[in-house]
Design a protein around this ligand. Structure first.
Ligand code: UFG
Length: 341
């Protein structure tokens, strides 16, 4: 019998790609999503890729009775991958309560019901934002967790702490995955990133600019102390990131985790500047991208990328796709969305 996994936020960007990776690996998924930043059409994309239309609940995890019902109706759940959360740094500064309520109340309700229903395996979407502006790069899992600069970042830190405390007190095994910058789309272009409104993140802004939806890319800051002056990040293909969830899940289900809470960086181990991303995009697509420099964006750090030694050693997982692969896939997806030949 296939193991069934509850995937919260399973119609979102990382969640939907992970659902396809789960099916590919022989799992079954039950999806819950409030559609606050996705649409039910994503379910069709998943179905075209996997041949299966997973069971889907349109529910808000802030509602404890909804969470209870999902567990009560799915007695075979063996694990949870919890993606559902609000994710925009800037918005979180403007609407802190929304972020604390949405990201933390949901986590609490979900964890409570998991324990009540005997679900012992939990994977949490954390973020490299917990490292703040690191003194040394690359960052390892031992690098200091610095005070969060946004309510969003704080919800990730507090989320990690909640799970640490609960796992020590209860029968719960947790893997915290600290994502770097997920980019790209499923190679079939059946699913991808579909931000609402003006994209906040670099790659969707680039692809929308290339598609003519935006006039030009503004590069925030060219006076960082990096080789070309623009900020450096670790851009990981969303399918590599999805695969990291599958291996983490298998580790938990097989009882191979060495501690009740384990933390892994999920990045490529490479840093690329904004200008390098732009250049790579131009090379891969043959399109020239209009851009100009603008002041630094508030809250941005200069450079962060992952030391991935621990994930390689413990999970046997390593990112296999390049930045060029990710940008080609992101562009294929954007063209499909915009109906560009
Ligand atoms: N950038 C631009 N122009 C844009 C958009 C982004 O120059 O229009 C730059 C940013 O200044 C940054 C880089 O591109 O230097 C990457 O920016 P993103 O917004 O794509 O990603 P961030 O690194 O800022 O954010 C990511 C996640 C957040 C998370 C944050 C910190 O998307 O969820 O890392 O961990 F909070």
């Amino acid at each position: 019998m296939k193991a069934t996994i509850l995937v919260t936020g399973g119609l979102g960007y990382i969640g939907s790609h992970t659902v396809t990776a789960l099916y590919e690996a022989g799992f079954e998924a039950v999806i819950v999503d409030d559609l606050s930043n996705s649409t039910e059409a994503v379910l069709d994309g998943i179905a075209r890729i996997t041949g299966v239309r997973p069971e889907f609940y349109k529910e808000d995890l802030r509602d404890p009775s909804a969470v209870n019902r999902i567990f009560a109706e799915n007695s075979r759940l063996e694990g949870i991958i919890h993606f559902a959360a609000s994710k925009y740094v800037g918005e979180s500064i403007e609407k802190p309560l929304l972020y604390y309520e949405n990201n933390l109340c949901s986590l609490i309700h979900l964890t409570k019901e998991a324990l009540a229903h005997g679900v012992r395996h939990f994977i949490f979407s954390s973020s490299c934002t917990v490292y703040g502006e690191p003194e040394e790069v690359p960052v390892t899992e031992e690098s200091p967790v610095l005070p969060a600069v946004s309510p969003y970042g704080n919800t990730k830190q507090i989320g990690e702490e909640i799970l640490q405390d609960v796992a020590q007190a209860e029968d719960l095994n947790v893997i915290l995955l600290r994502y770097f910058n997920p980019v790209g789309a499923h190679p079939t272009a059946e699913i991808g990133e579909l931000p609402r409104g003006v994209p906040q993140n670099l790659v969707p802004f680039i692809t929308q600019t290339a598609a003519g939806v935006r006039e030009e890319l503004k590069i925030f800051g060219n006076d960082y102390s990096t080789p070309d002056g623009t900020a450096v990040r670790d851009y990981i293909h969303v399918m590599d990131l999805a695969e990291a969830h599958v291996v983490a899940l298998k580790r938990l289900l097989a009882g191979e985790n060495k501690q009740k809470v384990e933390v892994f960086n999920v990045g490529t181990g490479r840093g690329n500047s904004v200008l390098e991303v732009v250049k790579t995009f131009e090379e891969v697509t043959g399109k020239s991208l209009p851009y100009s420099f603008a002041p630094r964006r508030a809250g941005d750090i200069s450079a962060v990328w992952a030391d991935t030694t621990k994930a390689e050693r413990e999970l046997g997982w390593k990112a296999s796709k390049t930045l060029a692969d990710a940008l080609a896939d992101a562009w294929r997806w954007e063209k499909k969305v915009r109906k560009i030949k």
